[in-house]
Design a protein around this ligand. Sequence first.
Ligand code: FAD
Length: 366
Amino acid sequence: MGDDLTRTVADLVAGRADDWDRAGEIPRSVIRELAGQGLLCAEVDVAYGGLGLSSRDNGEYTAGVGAICSSLRSLMTSQGMAAWVIQRFGDQGQRREYLTRLAGGDTAAVAFSEAGAGSDLTGMRTRVTVEGDRAVVTGQKVWVTGAAYADLLVVVGRYGDGGAAVVVPTTSPGVRVERIAQPLGCRAAGHAMVTLDEVVLPAGNVLRGAGQPLSWLVTSALSYGRLSVAWGCVGILRACLAAATGHARVREQFGKPLAQHQLVARHLAELFVAEQVATRMCEHASLCWDSNSLNLAATVVAAKHVAARGAARGAATAVQVLASAGAVDGSPTARAYRDAKLMEIIEGSNEISQLLLAEHALAVTP
Ligand code: FAD
């Protein structure tokens, strides 16, 4: 299943990922085509017109796309996370309305972060209020992946003493989306700052789970994003392994292929192991997701942490093997190097992941 879907994406991308990266833009026709086929949020239930993939199958598919184009994979992560938040916190009517739209062609992004609330999202100041049949959203979000292409934003903000997620059409009066110029990596993923200036919406746009503790809402939403990013990192590692082995087989120095120089062979072995380890961690986390395991949250953080670190180091290793051939803009390894570094920052940085994992270790170890 995952392989068939990856082939569909590969056909649509048609080798243009480096061009998109340089241009900082994915053609909207490609995004519409993928969204229309439900390929940006493949876990949405068939009851809402989705593909109904398990986390395991969607993970393999996500890795496949991650190997081709991390910008596109980033859009999948955002759209899938938006769908997950709606599935998790919406009522039946909200699920039917929004999930049907997301599986049928509309695009979405998720906005948590603010200038003063990055690693510590409890510092967010965006506020959602409801009076009668109308809701008002006011705040400023930063670094929202996919916002530049999005029809809908799932905005997380304060609601009373707790938190709420609210669906905000980007065409609503008071919404301003400003693209971030020249990000380090995933340059075509449409990252943007979003200003919400007293945006008035029907009260029905506030997902019914409103009022839950903010940290709980955020953790639950991020679990999807973390697992998706982790699988994307598996894809980066696979692309880097393919590029490094392909180059080391044919490029000769000192009278023999690079692969026959033991220090280069060690790089290939390290890349191979990193890919295997990240894949196994992600498979395990997806199986936990699909079986609704009690250990899910920590398992997902561990998979994301291992995969992101592996991808950042693995991409650096691949550039080392290709050397000058991989050190130019337009080279897939140069792109992977920049994209992979960002994976150590998003959805919980390396440091935040380590804090969460240490907390878990202390809780479960006698
Ligand atoms: P800070 O929180 O300022 O942290 C700076 C450094 O200090 C980091 O290394 C961090 O790990 C470390 N640090 C912070 N606190 C601690 C601590 N207690 N102990 C140890 N170290 C600590 N946000 C969204 O809402 N939606 C998106 O779609 C989205 N996409 C993104 C895509 C990209 C490419 C990037 C770069 C960011 C994106 N973000 C998004 C924002 C992202 O979630 C934040 O950048 C991330 O949470 C880190 O926050 P910060 O950048 O403010 O860093």
